[in-house]
Design a protein around this ligand. Structure first.
Ligand code: COA
Length: 168
């Protein structure tokens, strides 16, 4: 029997910031793939609150003790990055019906660009169905408590940024 090739899944996103919903997808994907590359997008129409460096740093802190998870940033076309990374699986999390249209569109466009890169979806754990990076940021910056919805390293960074804003 031939030796099995290592499997790599690229999990792309803006991650502004990383939430427990994202972490849950990564944790479960580790049971399926040998390596998960958390690929943080540099070019995004979202005008992120956290700089690319901060988003990468937070994710690195969260997955520091996880040799199966590699945090990287990327720019340009996602499928080209995945191909250069030596992977052929694009992993995305699906929350509710509202995600479907956009995800379907992206998956089809990516397939049109590179047919041998496959998009795979994992359903988000029900605990995180209602969360998103935007709703967490909005709540936190209006003074709400979002502890437990984001990893500790992210919560720490949000509090720092909130204090900075107060003093400006
Ligand atoms: N739990 C909680 N929230 C989740 C989640 C989960 N499991 N999965 C996704 N989300 C949320 C995110 O927090 C995010 O919330 P926000 O909109 O409030 O920021 C939202 O769902 C979707 O964001 P994300 O999963 O980070 O994807 P994205 O839309 O930010 O990223 C890219 C899209 C980067 C993958 C896409 O723009 C891309 O591929 N860019 C590269 C350029 C390219 O190749 N373009 C052509 C491809 S079609």
């Amino acid at each position: 029997m031939q030796a099995r090739q290592e499997t790599i899944a690229v999990y792309p996103g803006t991650f502004d910031p990383l939430t427990n919903g994202h972490v849950s997808i990564v944790r479960r994907a580790k049971d399926v793939f040998d390596y998960i590359v958390l690929a943080i997008a540099k070019d995004t129409p979202k005008d992120p609150l956290f700089s690319l460096g901060e988003r990468v740093q937070m994710a690195e802190e969260v997955f520091r003790d996880n040799p199966q998870v590699v945090v990287e940033s990327f720019s340009g076309l996602l499928v080209e990055y995945v191909e250069n990374r030596g992977g052929n699986v694009l992993l995305r999390g699906l929350r509710a019906i509202s995600d479907f249209d956009n995800e379907f569109q992206m998956a089809l466009m990516n397939r049109r660009l590179k047919r041998d890169i496959h998009t795979m979806f994992m359903m988000t754990d029900y605990k995180w169905l209602f969360t998103s990076s935007s709703i967490i940021k909005e709540t936190a910056f209006l003074g709400g408590d979002v502890e437990g919805l984001v990893p500790k390293a992210v919560w720490k960074r949000i509090k720092q940024r909130r204090n900075q804003n107060k003093h400006e």
